[in-house]
Design a protein. Structure first.
Length: 674
């Protein structure tokens, strides 16, 4: 510490030492006294040096602190200040001693009442002061004593501008949020309560602050467990709900209970575990979820019941499965379907029912017919509109299976008319719930659709037997027509062959081979049938040719051969107006076409020729070469196979040729006998 800041005690000590040193130099003391005095002076010098070193170290420590500090006397003159205060006062530290601290910072004309009280009473104190630049400080006053004697005051200036701004922002946020924010101290008492908490629970901040939260907001049946949990939390800062979001019930000031969502956090404050809870009233969400679940349940029920409609084969099977599906998929407690009697629409007979309970309601003595339609069933049938009972106990006398309803404790039900049309009612569908429910609009809409589908299914099944009868007649008629068509084709083929005894059976053998080739190639059954019929009459156009040309044993002239070639076009013209389900006319027209375009009558190439015509072409060549003709004897099967193999891929289709060769060489196929 420099000379300007030395305390008066140190100056007195220095004068005393100077006097002793002067007496020692003048020789007024004995030798022993001189020796003792020298030792005393030596010890004093060492102590002084040690004290100076400690003071220097303490000064260095104080100067390293970022907290502005200054020592003042009882008139607030600065005795000593650290570097942080000098920076705050914007003056060199050496110029501060002796100046009034209030003139330097916070630049006030006079001390504050709080500071005067602290100095005058030689006591501690604190207050908040704002500097000229708007910075906010927490100023604290500490009395300093030496040897139990008051000497001066230590002032500290802790800037709290940022923390106060943060507090203000937090307050704005907490005031604006829709969620209740509540803070509990270590004793479980409310220490923070925002406006949303008042809105949610009905207590003002003044009414809530300082009260035990569990006594104020926790329902009585949960209170003991909550207090036990808090007792454990206050020791460790842990618990089942800490760091979690949980749903529980809150207690309003008026005594009503409502669902809340709680997010709980643990904080340590002044050495104690405290808690901050954020609560949200989820009543609307719970109601919305309940309505959505009910709608989804009805949607699942509708979807599953539609599957029942598709697979049911009788009215009784349909109704019973519908009841069971409504229970299993919809989660409803009880379902009952009654149908109006054919001879008396005022009589409602039980058709089916199902229950979630283990009681087999179908066999219960209370089940059966209702003598006369009454209650919600009568209203539904008469108006054609849905009827809802929120409390079935007021209408038990008009409901089916009364004993069962009482045993199961059911609460509400919806009654849906089963309407075939606007004038015709088939019956009613009862759906019972084990809880009080309003049956939301979307749920009602889906159940109404379900009832309409059920009514449609009932009406459809009543017509199903007639539909099956007519369908059987139609199938029989179609089969008869098919058989007649095949017989007609055989008759036509026979007519053609009768004109040429040398080629009798040619078309039928070509048809047999063509069908075998098609099967080897993997053609489907229906297509094979068309191929066989087309091949059976592929030469029908020859009926137009003169018999003497067809049966001539010698070589034909060019004109005669050109006439022979017209049989493909003639056959097409004969058949093209017959409505076959297969391209028979094109088979006849193209059976002499070749892949390279060398065939007739159109000179088609490649994919322009249909597959059936390619097959008939190969079968026609093989049968012709293997059979006797008026102009030559039979050449034989080997020559026929050599012919098609030599020209496969050029004249004849490769797949067709290979399938034909496999039939004869690998599978042992042989042409039918002549």
């Amino acid at each position: 510490m420099d000379n300007q800041t030395q305390a008066p005690c140190f100056k007195t000590e220095q004068r005393f030492i100077q006097a002793l040193e002067q007496a020692l130099s003048q020789g007024h003391l004995t030798r022993e006294q001189q020796h003792q005095l020298q030792q005393l002076l030596q010890e004093n010098t060492e102590n002084h040096q040690k004290t100076a070193r400690i003071q220097h170290e303490w000064k260095s420590i104080i100067d390293t602190l970022h907290l502005p500090l200054c020592l003042v006397d009882h008139q607030f003159h600065i005795i000593r200040a650290n570097l942080a205060y000098a920076a705050l006062a914007e003056q060199p530290v050496s110029s501060l001693p002796g100046q009034l601290c209030w003139n330097l910072f916070p630049q006030r004309a006079e001390p504050t009442p709080t500071s005067l009280e602290a100095v005058q009473n030689r006591a501690c104190g604190e207050e908040e002061l704002t500097g000229l630049n708007g910075r906010l400080f927490k100023v604290r006053y500490y009395p300093v004593h030496e040897a139990d004697t008051y000497e001066y005051h230590l002032l500290s200036f802790d800037e709290i501008t940022a923390s106060r701004e943060a507090e203000d922002r937090l307050r704005v946020i907490s005031d604006a949020t829709q969620d209740a924010i509540i803070m509990l101290d270590h004793a479980g008492c409310i220490s923070f309560w925002n406006p949303a908490a008042r809105q949610m629970f009905g207590y003002t901040a003044e009414e809530a602050m300082g009260n035990n939260l569990h006594a104020l907001l926790t329902p009585e049946r949960y209170r003991a467990a909550a207090e036990a949990g808090w007792k454990a939390f206050s020791k460790t800062g842990t618990g089942k709900a800490v760091g979690q979001t949980v749903e529980l019930e809150g207690l309003h000031r008026d005594g009503t209970l409502f669902p809340v969502e709680l997010s709980l956090s643990a904080i340590q404050y002044k050495g104690h575990w405290c808690a901050v809870g954020i609560m949200r009233d989820i009543s609307e969400r719970i109601n919305r979820e309940a309505r959505l679940e009910a709608a989804l349940r009805a949607q699942r029920t509708l979807s599953s019941c539609n599957k029942v409609l598709i697979h049911a084969r009788s009215p009784q099977q349909l109704l019973q499965q519908m009841c069971r599906t409504i229970i299993r998929q919809g989660g409803y407690a009880f379902c009952w379907i009654g149908l109006t009697a054919e001879n008396d629409p005022q009589l409602l007979l039980q058709a089916a029912c199902a229950s979630l309970s283990t009681l087999p309601c179908e066999q219960a003595s209370s089940c059966g017919s209702l003598a006369r339609v009454s209650g919600p069933a009568a209203d539904a049938l008469l108006s054609g509109k849905i009827q809802i009972l929120h409390d079935i106990h007021q209408h038990l006398d008009t409901l089916p299976c009364r004993e069962h309803l009482l045993q199961q404790g059911l609460s509400s039900c919806i009654t849906l008319p089963l309407l075939q049309d606007q004038q015709t009612a088939l019956g009613v569908l009862y759906i019972f719930s084990g809880r009080h429910t309003d049956f939301g609009a979307e749920e009602i809409s889906l159940l109404e659709e379900l009832a309409a589908d059920l009514a449609f299914g009932l009406a459809s099944l009543q017509m199903e037997s007639q539909r099956n009868h007519f369908q059987q007649l139609h199938l029989q008629t179609a089969e008869n027509l098919k058989e007649s068509l095949i017989s007609s084709i055989h008759a036509i083929a026979l007519t053609v062959e009768k004109r040429d005894p040398y080629t009798a059976g040619h078309q039928s053998r070509v048809a047999d081979l063509a069908a075998a080739i098609g099967a080897e190639m993997g053609l489907e059954e229906g297509r094979l049938e068309g191929l066989r019929l087309g091949a059976m009459i592929h030469d029908i156009g020859k009926i137009y040719l003169p018999a003497e040309i067809i049966n001539r044993p010698g070589r034909l002239s060019n004109v005669e051969f050109e006439l022979i070639k017209t049989h493909a076009q003639v056959g097409y013209d004969i058949i093209k107006h017959v409505n076959f389900p297969w391209p028979v006319a094109d088979m006849i027209l193209q059976h002499h076409e070749r892949l390279d375009g060398s065939g007739y009558p159109q000179g088609l190439k490649g994919d322009e020729i249909i597959t059936e015509a390619r097959i008939i072409a190969v079968a026609d060549v093989v049968e012709a070469i293997n059979s006797h003709r008026p102009y030559r004897p039979a050449v034989g099967l080997d020559a026929a196979l050599q012919e098609i193999e030599a020209h496969k891929g050029v004249v004849y289709d490769t797949r067709v040729v290979e399938a034909c060769i496999r039939l004869f060489r690998e599978q042992g196929y042989s042409l039918p006998p002549h």
